[in-house]
Design a binder for this molecule. Structure first.
Ligand code: NOJ
Length: 534
């Protein structure tokens, strides 16, 4: 269907989402950890950048076993980040700028310090016992089945007091909630309502595909593709512990709640292959508005594979299902480290010209890279639990680099994670007025995307290419051709199925003349071109 013919496009379709990892964005009180007041001081920057919505990783009360993804109170704010008053101030400031605020919601599991779990584990006949996943030992006296924790080891933890195991897909400090229990459903929907009533514009729902488990607790089968360098979780295929059909009823419930409010958004964090991912849009699009599409993270940086995946994804989307693209987040190596500095510029052009809502991970707009964290400074439980596998996520969570002053102006205290050593050269201040910087490229791409309907709501038309080139057209009132060279070597673009006559609007290579092109295009290595077709 012609996407531009839709009656009305909503903010989350037209705009760009920016993810803030709050611990690392901006610290206002010198404790070395970013906070809400810090974010408020940077809203002018985000507005200048041109993004539409901010998604903030968890700021709820939490023992921080998994840096906030272990929630001890779904309706509060951790004092480390501020107070509810600060939160309301943030929301007001965000809305005052015409922007939106998306909260992270972690409904699959709570903290083991959440009062619900403290009650649940207190005795077998506690009314909240069934709120979590308790089980008798298996026949051999060990765990009930072979399910593994994403963070290493068994997914089952023995509880001495009540002599049963409980299931945790992540840390043992993150017990999984029992989403088959209607009281759990109600409690979480109430928490969502609490934030929606305050004015929050949507949720990014953590590990949405994990929420419901097989009700027969069957063993997961071995993963035939497992290799010893992989996380131990990869030994099995999580066929029974994730992506169960009943999860769609839960997503539908959340969606119905959101639909009681005007113009709200529900994003699902889902790491699944495309054909399964798209089921999370729900029947008749009554599921998540945006099931996160992580293909650009999962795929090797290869033009053929990426362009065929774009087409597969476009082809698999349900009618009126809105696409989205992600290059990075707090769980993944940064794009600049994965593909290198020059290709990170090409990646930025790809992200910001594809059809569908782009999500930018904080710092990627200044080309931040993974930072080497000495072993004795590792903080991330995923790294600490599986030493030797290099799985710590700290390198991609380092403090934002604002300027060349002490700690890049992130904090006047001792930062919770060390900063990149290049921050004196590589920071917002230095890049702002530098025509050749990554930040300038991002800003220009965002500006073009925001102002040209073809780029934010236009159709996507694949263009056949060979070798390391990737090309497509975006079309509405105007037509734009995007040609990206994913290799370091120069290349020729000689399309067979499209007539080229246009003007280069933007190149990822600073010294490119923005002139007219006709017929054949010669690209530099690592060059992406955005061309307005006549
Ligand atoms: C996904 C989150 O993005 C990640 O940071 C977290 O550790 C796990 N879910 C567990 O909540």
């Amino acid at each position: 269907m012609d996407q531009t013919q839709q009656p009305k496009h909503l903010w989350w379709q037209k705009g760009i989402i920016y993810q803030i990892y709050p611990r690392s964005f901006m610290d206002s009180n010198a404790d070395g950890v970013g906070d809400i007041q810090g974010i408020i001081t940077k809203l002018d920057y985000l507005q200048w950048l041109g993004i539409q919505a901010i998604w903030v990783s968890p700021v709820y009360p939490s023992p921080m076993a998994d840096f906030g993804y272990d929630i001890a109170d779904y309706t509060g704010i951790h004092p480390l980040f501020g107070s509810l008053k600060d939160f309301d101030a943030l929301l007001k400031q965000v809305h005052g700028r015409g922007m939106k605020l998306i909260l992270d919601l972690v409904p699959n599991h709570s903290s083991d310090q959440h009062p619900w779990f403290l009650e649940s584990r207190s005795s077998r006949d506690n009314p909240k016992r069934d709120w979590y996943l308790w089980h008798d030992p298996g026949k051999d006296g060990g765990p009930p089945n072979n399910w593994l924790s994403v963070f290493g080891g068994s997914g089952w933890e023995w509880d001495e007091t009540t002599s049963q195991y409980y299931y945790h897909a992540f840390l043992k400090e993150q017990p999984d909630l029992n989403w088959r229990n209607p009281e759990v459903q109600q409690a979480m929907l109430d928490a969502m309502r609490f934030w929606m009533d305050r004015g929050v514009d949507g949720f990014r729902v953590d590990v949405m595909w994990h929420m419901v488990k097989d009700n027969q607790w069957r063993n997961n089968p071995p993963n035939p593709d497992y290799k010893p360098h992989m996380a131990t979780y990869e030994k099995l295929t999580p066929a029974y512990s994730t992506d169960q059909p009943e999860v769609h009823e839960i997503v539908g419930m959340m969606r119905r709640l959101m639909d009681e409010y005007e113009d709200r958004l529900i994003i699902g964090e889902i790491y699944l292959p495309i054909h399964k991912l798209v089921t999370y849009y729900g029947i008749n699009n009554q599921g998540a508005h945006l099931p996160f599409n992580f293909q650009l993270i999962a795929l090797p940086w290869n033009a053929r594979q990426i362009s065929s995946t774009i087409d597969q994804y476009e082809g698999a989307l349900p009618a009126n299902g809105w696409p989205n693209w992600v290059l990075g987040n707090h769980d993944q190596s940064r794009i600049a480290s994965r593909v290198g500095k020059s290709q990170a510029r090409v990646a930025a052009m790809l992200l910001l010209t594809l059809r569908g809502t782009p999500t930018i991970y904080y710092g990627d707009e200044i080309g931040m890279h993974d930072v080497a964290i000495p072993e004795e400074e590792v903080q991330d439980p995923q790294g600490l639990n599986m030493p030797g596998l290099n799985l710590s996520r700290d390198p991609f969570r380092t403090p934002m680099q604002w300027d060349d002053s002490l700690n890049a102006a992130f904090t006047t205290g001792k930062p919770w994670l060390r900063l990149a050593e290049d921050y004196k050269r590589n920071n917002v201040q230095a890049q702002k007025d530098d025509a050749e910087s990554m930040l300038t490229l991002y800003r220009r791409l965002i500006e073009l995307r925001n102002t040209e309907p073809a780029l934010h709501i236009g159709n996507y038309i694949p263009v056949y290419t060979e070798n390391d080139l990737l090309a497509f057209i975006r079309e509405a009132d105007k037509r734009f051709l995007v040609v990206l060279n994913l290799s370091h070597a120069p290349g020729y673009f000689t399309p067979t199925d499209v007539e080229i006559h246009g003007r280069i609007l933007l190149s990822t290579c600073a010294d490119r003349q923005l002139n007219e092109v006709q017929g054949k295009i010669t690209l530099n290595g690592d060059e992406g071109l955005l061309i307005e077709l006549f």
